[in-house]
Design a protein around this ligand. Structure first.
Ligand code: PLP
Length: 409
C-alpha cells in the first residue's frame, strides 16, 4: 500500500480518478488500547464494523471477537488463529450454528426466543458446554441509529427464556444493544437497570453481562461526552447490580474502535447550484450520509488553489443514476468549490468500506496509508481539536438561487 504524510500529498501525487480510502491504522491502535486499558471487563470487537482492521486490533492486544456470520467466523479463524469468538447474532442458520460449534470451537451463542434456543441445542447435539446469551430489548432513545426494532425480548417472556436458557447453559449471559452512536452515558445505566429488574423478577442469576456496542465517535453535529464518562457510568451501574460480585462484564464496541481510522477522498465531477456531484455515494462508502443523514467531517483537498474564507452549505449526490444516492448534509465547504476539486470526508472507518456495492459499476476504490490523524477525534489525536473548532467559520450568504434540495429561499 502506498504511504503519504497527508491526504494533500496523496492528491498531488495520484490525482485519483476513483475514491481513495486514506487509512490511519494508528487510530485503531490508540482506540483499542484505550478500551483495553479503561473498560472494567472484557472487550470484544464487533467485526461487522470493519473487518479490514482486524489485524491491527489483534496486534493491539484484543483477542476476542463478536461475530455475526460464518463469513466473519472464517475471517477471524484465518487472521487470528486461537482468538475467542462469540456468535452474537440472535437469529442464525442451522448450518452456521453447527459449523461454529463443531468446526470452529465456538461456545458463546446469543438468542432472543425459544425457537432459537431449540435450534442451538439441536445443532450442537445438546452440548453441555454452551455459554448462552439472552438478548434483551432495551430503549435506544439516546442513540443516533436505533437498532431496537429487530432483536431482543423483554418482560415476562424474557424471564421465561432466561430460565430455560439457564437450564441448558454452562454459563448464562444477558446482552443488549442500546443503539449505535449513543450520545448519553445514561443509555447504559438505563439498560442495566432493566437487566437488574429482570434478574430480581426471574430469580435467575447470570454469569456474564454484555453491554454491547454503541460507544460513540465524533462528527461535526454530534459531540458526545468523553468516552471516559460512558465507562464511568457503566462501572457505577454495574456495581449496583445484584450480580456484580460474581458476574463478568463485557462490551462489544465497533464504531468507537475504527471510525477515526479512515477517511475517503472523493472528486467533484459537477456542481449545480449548491449541490455537488461526487464520485462516491450511498451505494459506495457513504451509506450513512444518505438516509441516516450523518454529517461527516469534510474538508477540501486543493493542493494549488488559494485558500478562501468564504463558505457555503452544500449537499452531495453520488455517482449512480438513483436519486436516493443523495447526501443532504449540509456540508460546509468553500463557496467556490467546483468541478475537479477533491474533498476529504472523515471518520469513515466504521460502516463504510464493507457496505460498498457494485451498483452502476462505481465500486473502484484505492487504499493508501496516511500519517496525519483523523479530522475529528475522541482520543485527542484529531487534526482539529473538537467539532466546534472544526465548524469554524461564518457561513457566507448563499449565492442567489443556491438552495439545498427541499429548502425554500
Ligand atoms: C451485536 C452487536 N454488537 C456490537 C455492535 C457494534 O455497535 P457499535 O458500532 O454501535 O459499537 C453491533 C452493531 O450493529 C451489533 O449488532
Amino acid at each position: 500500500m502506498q504511504k503519504f504524510i497527508t491526504s494533500n500529498a496523496m492528491v498531488c501525487a495520484m490525482r485519483p480518478e476513483h475514491p481513495v480510502y486514506c487509512l490511519h491504522p494508528r487510530a485503531v491502535t490508540i482506540a483499542t488500547s484505550w478500551f483495553l486499558d479503561n473498560f472494567p471487563g472484557r472487550v470484544l470487537f464487533a467485526v461487522k464494523t470493519n473487518p479490514f482492521f482486524v489485524d491491527t486490533i489483534s496486534a493491539a492486544g484484543l483477542q476476542h471477537f463478536d461475530v455475526a456470520s460464518l463469513g466473519e467466523i472464517e475471517l477471524i479463524h484465518a487472521k487470528v488463529p486461537g482468538a475467542r469468538m462469540s456468535f452474537m447474532h440472535p437469529v442464525k442458520s442451522r448450518v452456521s450454528i453447527r459449523r461454529a460449534y463443531f468446526e470452529f470451537g465456538i461456545r458463546d451463542f446469543a438468542l432472543d426466543c425459544e425457537a432459537e434456543l431449540t435450534k442451538i441445542l439441536e445443532e450442537t447435539q445438546h452440548a453441555n458446554d454452551l455459554n448462552l446469551f439472552v438478548r434483551l430489548s432495551v430503549s435506544n432513545r439516546h442513540s443516533r441509529l436505533d437498532l431496537s426494532g429487530k432483536f431482543g425480548i423483554s418482560g415476562k417472556p424474557a424471564a421465561k427464556l432466561l430460565l430455560k436458557a439457564r437450564q441448558a447453559a454452562m454459563r448464562l449471559g444477558i446482552c443488549f444493544h442500546a443503539g449505535s452512536q449513543l450520545m448519553r452515558p445514561e443509555a447504559y445505566a438505563d439498560a442495566m437497570e432493566v437487566v437488574s429488574k429482570l434478574i430480581r423478577s426471574s430469580g435467575v442469576i447470570i454469569d456474564v453481562l454484555d453491554v454491547g456496542g454503541g460507544f460513540p465517535s465524533i462528527y461535526p453535529d454530534m459531540t458526545p461526552p468523553p468516552l471516559a464518562d460512558f465507562i464511568a457510568k457503566i462501572s457505577e451501574s454495574f456495581e449496583q447490580m445484584p450480580v456484580s460480585e460474581t458476574c463478568e462484564l463485557w462490551c462489544e464496541p465497533g464504531r468507537a474502535l475504527v471510525a477515526e481510522a479512515a477517511s475517503l477522498v472523493v472528486k467533484v465531477e459537477m456542481r449545480k447550484n449548491n449541490t455537488l456531484y461526487i464520485n462516491d455515494g450511498t451505494y459506495g462508502g457513504l451509506f450513512d450520509a444518505g438516509h441516516p443523514g450523518f454529517k461527516f467531517p469534510i474538508t477540501p483537498v486543493r493542493p494549488h488553489a488559494p485558500v478562501t474564507d468564504s463558505l457555503g452549505k452544500f449537499s452531495l449526490y453520488g455517482p449512480t443514476c438513483d436519486s436516493l444516492d443523495f447526501m443532504p448534509g449540509p456540508f460546509i465547504l468553500p463557496a467556490d468549490i467546483g468541478e475537479g476539486d477533491y474533498l476529504e470526508i472523515g471518520n469513515l472507518g466504521a460502516y463504510s468500506m464493507q457496505l460498498r456495492t457494485e451498483f452502476n459499476g462505481f465500486d473502484r476504490t484505492e487504499l493508501v496509508d496516511i500519517a496525519e490523524g483523523p479530522l475529528l477525534s475522541m482520543y485527542g489525536i484529531g487534526r482539529k481539536v473538537g467539532a466546534d473548532d472544526f465548524e469554524v467559520i461564518e457561513a457566507t450568504e448563499m449565492q442567489e438561487g443556491n438552495t439545498l434540495p427541499g429548502e425554500t429561499t
